[in-house]
Design a protein around this ligand. Structure first.
Ligand code: SDX
Length: 443
């Protein structure tokens, strides 16, 4: 029989003034309680096994805080997302992606000179070692761009030896700038390679998002001018995807980093995890789903399938582990979607009509209401990215491009955390107990 009694006086984390008495099978355990600046308090169970010979059990980590962090805060019930305290909608509407990068990395919005220096340093790290161009040629042209991203990013440590020593703060900072600066170049080259067009080198006279669109859509045969409205939309989409607390891919980066792996290898691990359709792959899956539905009159059939436990189909772009309210990023994403379609004269885009009607129906359906399933950031991003000219298989690449700054910021925080140790979870073992080997002749 286990009961928990707690006494709290509300101090911040690491001031061990809160206690919880956990009574496990008659034994009383004193476990410290820590209170953050906002959000749920935590019970420190790091001594639980030593005191009780028991583990906690939390598959999927629905009730487990893996770390202390000062970077991003999410309130899933209120639909709140803060980056270093700033609401995502204000950052997306008023700021730039590189400004958000600075904020996530260094903790505050940059002032004039700081920001100019940061932008200059990012700009002058956008080129790739020429030998990496040969690396791409080892892939088939029809390789999924995410497969290329995992491979090329994982190989960067073979080219940039001077920024792999994780114990050197200077090298950690150079690796951070290199990753943020080079991801657009790597992503654009993955796209160009898949369509058989020549790579386009970065241009220092263009800002971050305009440079990316130019590397993706310009061709040597003629001049190309990036539409500033579309560049602004791209920049805002990057801001919306920059960081999101301890999601699956960020947790992967932290766990890989806890072993001392170099930052490029850690980011490659994060890209691999993000690829899953339950995570960053949902934007590609959501567009594929909308195309499969095809028209408003077929929506009821798919709503029924999404509710049918015997059918593995789920509404892609709906639901979230943390948000049990509207994803605040989806609100900005939907607005950006309309802006892009209006700019391109596509406001009657059939898929947008299907998406808006699907959202309306789902949000009135008791199944979705009771389970608090709302559209997430992936629901409208696919339509927007396709309108910008990207094929569906590039959508998760763009998510990875943007999320790189979040992964890097969280990786740095983990490396600089004095409590940091290698991550090594335990298990509930239910396999065979001890038994002797049986020679083949006796089986
Ligand atoms: C991202 O963690 C992050 O922060 C991620 C992310 C980020 O920025 O890093 O926000 C990015 O990954 C967004 C999520 C993108 N994924 C999708 O859109 C895929 C569709 N969504 C589902 O696969 C699901 O909602 C998850 C994976 C997002 C969340 O899974 P959970 O928290 O484990 O939820 P669950 O599977 O336990 O669902 C709870 C219930 C279940 O029914 P019951 O077993 O309780 O009867 O809701 C149902 C689920 O069957 N459900 C859905 C559904 N999502 C959940 N039913 C139909 N359609 C859906 N989309």
């Amino acid at each position: 029989m286990t009961t928990v009694q707690t006494s709290t006086n509300g101090d911040q984390l690491n001031q061990d003034s809160d206690k919880s008495n956990l009574i496990v099978e008659g034994k009383t355990l004193d476990l410290p309680l820590y209170k953050g600046s906002i959000g749920p308090s935590v019970m420190d169970i790091s001594r639980l096994y030593a005191q009780s010979d028991m583990f906690t059990y939390d598959p999927g980590f629905t009730s487990t805080a893996s770390c202390e962090s000062k970077i991003t805060y999410i309130d899933g019930d209120k639909g709140v997302l803060l980056h270093r305290g700033y609401p995502i909608d204000q950052l997306a509407e008023q700021g730039s992606f590189l400004e958000t990068c600075y904020l996530l990395l260094y903790g505050d919005l940059p002032q004039g000179e700081q920001f100019e220096d940061f932008k200059h340093r990012i700009t002058y790290h956008t080129m790739l070692h020429e030998q990496i161009h040969t690396f791409y040629k080892g892939f088939r042209r029809d390789a999924h761009p995410m497969a290329i991203m995992v491979g090329v990013v994982g190989a960067l440590s073979a080219f940039y030896h001077d920024s792999t020593d994780i114990n050197d703060p200077t090298q950690r900072n150079i690796a951070s700038l290199r990753m943020i600066a080079k991801m657009p170049t790597i992503a654009a080259m993955a796209y160009k390679y898949s369509i058989g067009q020549p790579f386009v080198t970065p241009r220092n006279d263009l800002d971050y998002s305009a440079n990316f669109l130019n590397m993706c859509f310009s061709v040597p045969a003629e001049d190309y001018k990036v539409d500033p409205v579309l560049a602004r939309a791209m920049d805002r989409i990057f801001i919306l995807h920059a960081d999101h607390e301890q999601n699956a891919s960020t947790s992967t980066v932290r766990l890989a980093g806890s072993s001392g792996a170099n930052p490029f290898a850690c980011i490659a691990a994060g890209i691999a995890c993000l690829w899953g359709p339950s995570h960053g792959g949902a934007n590609e899956a959501a567009l594929t789903m909308l195309e499969e539905i095809g028209s408003v009159d077929r929506i009821p059939e798919y709503i029924r399938r999404a509710k049918d436990k015997s059918d593995p189909f789920r509404l892609m772009g709906f639901g979230h582990r943390v948000y049990k309210n509207y994803d605040p990023r989806a609100t900005v994403m939907q607005k950006t979607c309309h802006e892009v379609l209006d700019t391109l004269g596509l406001k009657d885009e059939p898929l947008l009509q299907v998406a808006m009607e699907l959202e309306r129906i789902a949000r009135e359906d008791p199944y979705f209401v009771e389970k608090k399933l709302y559209p997430n950031i992936d629901f409208y991003s696919g339509i927007t990215l396709r309108a910008l000219g990207f094929p569906p298989e590039m959508f998760t690449v763009l998510f990875a491009l943007a999320r790189t700054v979040g992964w890097i910021a969280q990786w740095r925080e983990m490396i600089e955390d004095p409590q940091q140790r290698i991550g090594r979870p335990r298990q509930l073992y239910t396999g065979p107990t001890l038994r002797d080997y049986v020679p083949t002749s006796n089986r």
